[in-house]
Design a protein around this ligand. Structure first.
Ligand code: UDP
Length: 222
């Protein structure tokens, strides 16, 4: 095992289609290893994305977006039980336990698959930033950014057939080349704390398992 404590960032889009969610949940179950500590930070883009809203509405959409991540968390927790525990940055009594670093560490040490919802709990942020923040707080060795493409490409692979997969790239180069992998706040945190980020295709069977085992797939940003 190359990495001991990993954070998987799962976009809300994974929750927009039940069959895709089942597929991802199966990949998570099959990849899980008793020595591994895994936390999953959930997006909420399947409900709302604040960045698309006018400033006047932004607080409302940000709150709706954060609540969306909690709904996703409740769904994923149900699929992954009894192996999962769910903590949220939003204090919603009766639905989910409030996030605390100590509680999160306790669950990780108990080898529960830790689902983290609610983002940072604050508007004006994204779940990418929440992922970077939790990675710093929980001393993660690696962040796994799950996507539906094989990694980071020189150009958009959906538009350019000549796009090349970049296997390894530095944070600095990613910023210079304006490759949009995570938002800038998240990047700044990860770069500062020197936490590597692996971008990979979670829809290819066995990829998550390979990534967690430290095998060379996708694109490593470090
Ligand atoms: N959000 C927020 N604060 C946070 C995290 C998320 O206000 O700390 C809101 C924001 O509006 C964001 C939405 O929740 O657009 C959903 O999160 P995100 O867009 O990161 O989800 P993803 O794109 O990963 O599905």
């Amino acid at each position: 095992m190359k990495f001991k404590r990993c954070i998987l960032k799962l976009t809300g889009e994974a929750f927009s289609d039940p069959s895709a969610l089942d597929k991802i949940a199966n990949e998570i179950k099959q990849s899980y290893h008793p020595k591994l500590e895994l936390a999953i930070v959930l997006g909420g883009g399947n409900f709302f994305r604040g960045r698309n809203a006018a400033l006047r509405d932004k607080l409302v959409t940000d709150r709706a977006g954060m609540l969306g991540t909690v709904i996703n968390g409740i769904l994923l927790e149900n699929i992954l039980k009894p192996f999962a525990a769910h903590l949220s940055a939003l204090d919603i009594k009766g639905f989910v336990t409030y996030y605390q670093i100590e509680k999160a560490l306790e669950y990780l040490q108990l080898k529960k698959i830790l689902i983290l919802s609610g983002g940072t709990g604050l508007p004006h942020f994204t779940t990418d930033t929440a992922t970077a923040l939790r990675a710093c707080e929980l001393n993660a060795d690696l962040i796994l950014k799950a996507t539906n493409v094989d990694g980071v490409y020189s150009t958009d692979p959906n538009r350019d057939p000549a796009a090349k997969l970049i296997k390894k790239i530095s944070y600095k180069e990613t910023i210079n080349k304006n490759l949009k992998i995570m938002d800038q706040q998240a990047f700044a945190l990860l770069q500062d704390r020197k936490i590597p980020l692996l971008v990979f295709n979670i829809f290819k069977h066995g990829n998550l398992k390979k990534a967690l085992a430290g095998r060379q797939i996708g694109s490593m940003v470090c």
